[in-house]
Design a protein around this ligand. Structure first.
Ligand code: ASP
Ligand code: MG
Length: 406
């Protein structure tokens, strides 16, 4: 039995005509003789509106109730699509997360999937019907609804594809694939036919929004055949694959940017063991994700400056946390900057090719763009620059690395 998973994002189920449109895509798969599991997001904008509703009710809602409200968006779309399929004489039913069930831990609003139970759906497939699963939803051990974090339907789809050893997991969205960079900013951006899991993981975690980062990590772990493709046009999309298969040979694969960045500098930090542990330990307590870190070397062994970046949305918490330990650490100044953007170039070729850093820094220098912070991984170089220049930086890097569409 061949199982395929098709996932449709919010813009693909934005209204009734859209849902009718995708029901035709589902029909096509059914006619090919596949068992089909469809995973749907909430209609575009709905999750944001639900968050707004909760916020208007309370600044500190119980997390579990927050998730009950948020999960309703996906409930609506799964049933609407099941109805649309009935209109086409295709037998289908909606499956809510708890009915599958997709079990998770109890980190409400950012729950982690524990297991996708396959028994009930396998039984259901004997009736030759299509399963339309509400994405984004889980069920905690406390028998309550959880949600998987923004963009979590991608992770639902991949987890389901892994659990059922699906032939493939197609992620339908409003773009026709993964691009070398954001085409709204760089007009000459190219669609990629192939990209490796590692590269996609870096691009997603550095700000590319096509796929939730967790979904890519999961696909890599379980070797799920993942594709990103358009709901609106019949195009081949982008396949996310293991390294080594006939990859395009350009130096780098893509450029990501992240606007949600804040830079913090602690100046005059006395130069003695344990200071960094103290600072980052305090931030970790509040689950603040620290990204780039640089420490200046002290010339006279007296004091250093420590600079790091965090999500801008965590800045207030970080500030109050660090100020609490100011006396203990005895640094001089706490300086923040939010007018910054992180630009990352990503490519597996970095493992073997030299000169990529040189090209990157030279290009920025030629455009008089100052670099605040640099960080690297095996297949990525990131720089933090002023947000005034990020579009210029992205366009010039895109050209410099030969990524422009011919
Ligand atoms: N509806 C949820 C969100 O907007 C989950 C998803 O669409 O993937 O974050
Ligand atoms: Mg999404």
């Amino acid at each position: 039995m061949k199982i395929v998973v098709l996932k449709f994002g919010g813009t693909s189920v934005a209204d009734v005509p859209q849902i009718k449109n995708i029901s035709l895509k589902v029909k096509k798969e059914v006619y090919l003789g596949n068992k089909v599991i469809v995973v749907v997001s909430a209609m575009a904008g709905v999750t944001n509106n639900l968050i707004d509703l909760v916020k208007r009710m309370s600044d500190t809602p119980p997390n579990s109730e927050y998730d009950v409200v948020l999960s309703t968006g996906e409930q609506v779309t799964s049933a609407l699509l099941a109805i649309a399929l009935h209109n086409l004489n295709i037998k289908a039913r909606s499956w809510l997360g708890w009915q599958v069930p997709v079990t998770s831990n109890k980190s409400y609003s950012k729950a982690v999937i524990e297991e996708v139970k396959t028994g009930p759906l396998l039984e259901f497939f004997k009736k030759n019907q299509v399963a339309v699963v509400s994405g984004f939803q889980g069920l905690s051990g406390e028998n309550r609804i959880t949600t998987l974090g923004r963009g979590g339907s991608d992770t639902s789809a991949v987890a389901i594809a892994a659990a059922f050893s699906a032939e493939r997991c197609d992620i339908y969205t409003d773009v026709d694939g993964v691009y070398t960079t954001d085409p709204r900013i760089v007009k000459s951006a190219k669609k990629l036919d192939l990209i490796t899991y590692e590269e996609m993981l870096e691009l997603a975690s550095q700000g590319a929004k096509v796929l939730q980062t967790r979904s890519v990590a999961l696909a890599m772990k379980y070797n799920v055949k993942l594709r990103v493709l358009s709901s609106f046009e019949d195009l081949p999309g982008t396949s996310i694959i293991k390294e080594g298969k006939n990859m395009e040979k350009s130096e780098i694969s893509g450029i990501a940017h992240s606007l949600n960045e804040a830079k913090i500098t602690l100046s005059g930090v006395p130069d003695r063991p344990g200071q960094a542990a103290e600072i980052f330990g305090a931030l970790a307590k509040y689950s603040i994700n620290v990204d780039m870190i640089v420490q200046s070397s002290s010339i006279n062994h007296k004091a250093t400056d420590i600079t790091f970046t965090i999500p801008e949305t965590d800045l207030l918490t970080a500030e109050s946390t660090i100020k609490k330990i100011q006396k203990k650490i005895n640094f001089e100044k706490f300086i923040t900057e939010t007018n910054v953007v992180k630009i990352s170039v990503v490519g597996n070729a970095m493992r073997t090719q030299s000169g990529i850093a040189k090209t990157m820094f030279e290009t920025l220098a030629n455009n008089q763009i100052n670099i605040h912070v640099i960080s690297t991984s095996e297949i990525k170089i990131s720089v933090l620059i002023s947000s005034d220049y990020y579009e210029l930086a992205m366009r010039s890097l895109h050209s410099a690395f030969g990524l422009d569409r011919k």
